[in-house]
Design a protein around this ligand. Structure first.
Ligand SMILES: Cc1ncc(C[n+]2csc(CCOP(=O)(O)OP(=O)(O)O)c2C)c(N)n1
Ligand SMILES: [Mg+2]
Length: 270
C-alpha cells in the first residue's frame, strides 16, 4: 500500500493537540504514555490494520488489544479520527455516564477488550490468535504493551505461551518510553536486556524508533511475512513526546494540563 508519510506526520500533530485538549477538559488522565504512542497508533490504524470503522464488529477485522489500558486519550482520539464515533463525544471523556472512561472499555466501538489492570492484554491476545488459527481465520492480532508493564510476571507467562504455540499471527508492540508511573524504569526495576528476553521466549524481535513512521511500517511489514514465530516490535519512544515540559517526566504520567500549560503545549505542537 502506498502511504503518504507527510500526511501521517500532520495527523500526528493534530492527534497530539486533541489529546491535550481532551485531557484538559476532563481535568485528569494520562498524557505521557498517550503522547509516546501516537505514531504507533496512527501506523496501526492508518497503514497496518484491516478494519472498518463503520462496522467495528466485522468478523475479518484485525484485532488490537490495548494492554496499557490507561492510554485512553490516544486510543479514543485515534478512534474518533478514524471514524469510529463522533469527535464531539471526546468532550465527555472521563465524565459521569460517558462511555469514554479513563481505562479502555469494550463498549466503545473499536475497543476489543477492557483493560486497566496491567499485565492482562497479551494473554487475551493469545487466546484470540490461537482461536483464529483453530478456526482457520487469517486476521492478525496486535497488542500494545507498556514498558513498565513488562515488569509484570503475567506478561512473561503470556510471552512463553505465544512462543510455544508459534503464534505467528500475533504482534506485540512495546511502547518503550523508559518511564513508568513514578520514575525511570532503570531505577525502579530495569527490564534490560529486553530484546534478548523476548527472543529467548521464542519471539521474532525487532527494535525501531517508535516516532518514525517508516521504521514502524517496515517492522509491521516484516511481521506479516513471518511464518514461524510471534513478533514483538520494541518501539523506542519518549514519554510525553512533543511537549517540552512533559518529555521524559514521570510527573506527567497521570495529570491533566491546566489552561496555561495547555496553551504552552499547543504553541509547541504546530
Ligand atoms: C496491575 C496494575 N498495577 C498498577 C497499576 C497502576 N498503573 C497505571 S499506569 C502504571 C504505569 C505503567 O507504566 P508503563 O507501562 O511504562 O506505561 P506508560 O509509560 O506507557 O504510560 C501503573 C503502575 C495498574 N494499572 N495495574
Ligand atoms: Mg512507560
Amino acid at each position: 500500500m502506498s502511504i503518504d508519510i507527510e500526511s501521517l506526520k500532520k495527523k500526528a500533530v493534530i492527534i497530539r493537540r486533541d489529546i491535550l485538549e481532551v485531557l484538559h477538559v476532563a481535568g485528569s488522565g494520562h498524557p505521557g504514555g498517550s503522547l509516546s504512542a501516537v505514531e504507533i497508533m496512527l501506523t496501526l490504524y492508518g497503514y497496518v490494520m484491516n478494519h472498518k470503522p463503520q462496522d467495528p464488529a466485522w468478523e475479518g477485522r484485525d484485532r488490537l488489544i490495548i494492554s496499557k489500558g490507561h492510554a485512553t486519550p490516544v486510543v479514543y482520539v485515534a478512534l474518533a479520527h478514524f471514524g469510529y464515533f463522533p469527535k464531539e463525544e471526546l468532550k465527555t471523556f472521563r465524565k459521569f455516564k460517558s462511555r469514554l472512561q479513563g481505562h479502555v472499555h469494550s463498549h466503545v466501538p473499536g475497543v476489543e477488550f477492557c483493560t486497566g489492570s496491567l499485565g492482562h492484554g497479551l494473554s487475551f491476545a493469545n487466546g484470540i490468535a490461537l482461536g483464529a488459527k483453530m478456526r482457520g481465520k487469517n486476521f492478525k492480532v496486535y497488542c500494545l504493551l507498556g514498558d513498565g508493564e513488562n515488569q509484570e510476571g503475567s506478561i512473561w507467562e503470556a510471552a512463553m505461551t505465544a512462543g510455544h504455540h508459534q503464534l505467528n499471527n500475533i504482534c506485540a508492540i512495546v511502547d518503550y518510553n523508559k518511564v513508568q508511573e513514578n520514575g525511570p524504569l532503570k531505577d525502579i526495576k530495569n527490564i534490560e536486556p529486553l530484546a534478548k528476553k523476548w527472543s529467548s521466549f521464542g519471539w521474532h524481535t525487532l527494535e525501531v524508533n517508535g516516532h518514525n513512521f517508516k521504521e514502524l511500517m517496515t517492522a509491521f511489514d516484516e511481521f506479516k511475512n513471518r511464518k514461524d514465530k510471534p513478533t514483538v516490535i520494541i518501539a523506542h519512544t519518549i514519554k510525553g513526546k512533543g511537549v517540552s515540559f512533559m518529555e521524559g517526566k514521570s510527573s506527567w504520567h497521570g495529570k491533566a494540563p491546566n489552561q496555561e500549560q495547555l496553551a504552552q503545549a499547543l504553541k509547541e505542537l504546530v
